[in-house]
Write a protein of this length. Structure first.
Length: 264
């Protein structure tokens, strides 16, 4: 930006205004309050930075999470200017990975007026405990792969849900009076801790969950269990409500619970 030149502000309209200058280091788009009601059924982006990364050189954009991206219908709308310059002009699947390298296959829905992440985004949002006000920075690292950086809204009180679900399951098992079942499988608490810290044990447990899911044709849900650090011991303690929280549909939930019952 030249010295003395004023920073321009743009209004996001129904089709996400298309005259943002990509060469500008940072342009902040704001929602027109008079038109806010038009977006009640879709993502209203209140903070979107469309820019080329200075550090990585990769194109990126930021979106503040709203109700539609953190709950039903679980759609994360993408600024059309970014789509026009960097994403395909057709509906396809894109891989989104977190900073730990875990990957999710998410559907990229394309229309000439608006684009969004839909199928698969729900699992990503739930696994990462995304809340209204959190900010996600999406960095295009390959043609069909995006790296997501998550920045929490610290003004909101965070719940224990931000921890891996597997850890929560173990802690809540005593509250659900299932301690006896866990103790029967593992003779002593000290041996349980030592065993669970063993890399070989962790690998065996993960393989057990993967094998169980594969035997029922549910291997597509493996990523969710991995992200939540669910091993076979934790899985045996889970209820229908636990699986529902992880966005596992009713049919697969019933299959998993029936399989666990028949194995005991």
């Amino acid at each position: 930006m030249k010295a003395g030149q004023k920073r321009r502000k743009y209004v996001i309209t129904e089709d996400m205004v298309e005259d943002t200058d990509l060469e500008e280091e940072e342009e902040i788009m704001e929602v027109d309050s008079d038109n806010a009601s038009q977006h009640s059924a879709q993502e209203v982006v209140t903070r979107v930075n469309v820019r080329d990364s200075i550090t990585s050189g990769n194109p990126q954009f930021e979106v503040e999470m709203r109700k539609t991206s953190t709950s039903y219908p679980f759609q994360m709308h993408i600024p059309m200017k970014f789509v026009k310059h960097h994403l395909p002009s057709f509906t396809t699947y894109i891989t989104i990975r977190n900073i730990k390298g875990k990957k999710w296959r998410v559907q990229f829905n394309y229309t000439s007026r608006r684009c969004c992440f839909s199928n698969g985004w729900k699992a990503f949002a739930i696994v990462h405990s995304l809340k209204i006000g959190d900010c996600c920075r999406f960095e295009l690292v390959d043609k069909y792969e995006i790296l997501c950086h998550i920045y929490r809204d610290l003004s909101q009180k965070r719940s224990p849900e931000t921890r891996p679900r597997g850890q929560i399951i173990y802690e809540e098992s005593s509250k659900r009076e299932k301690k006896e079942k866990l103790a029967a499988e593992v003779p002593s608490a000290s041996r349980c801790v030592a065993k669970r810290k063993s890399p070989r044990y962790a690998s065996d447990q993960t393989e057990s969950v993967d094998s169980l899911l594969q035997s029922m044709g549910l291997e597509k849900y493996s990523d969710i269990f991995h992200a939540e650090e669910i091993d076979i011991a934790a899985l045996k303690l889970m209820t229908d409500e636990d699986l529902k929280f992880m966005a596992i549909p009713m049919g697969p939930r019933k299959k998993i619970l029936d399989a666990l019952k028949s194995s005991t």
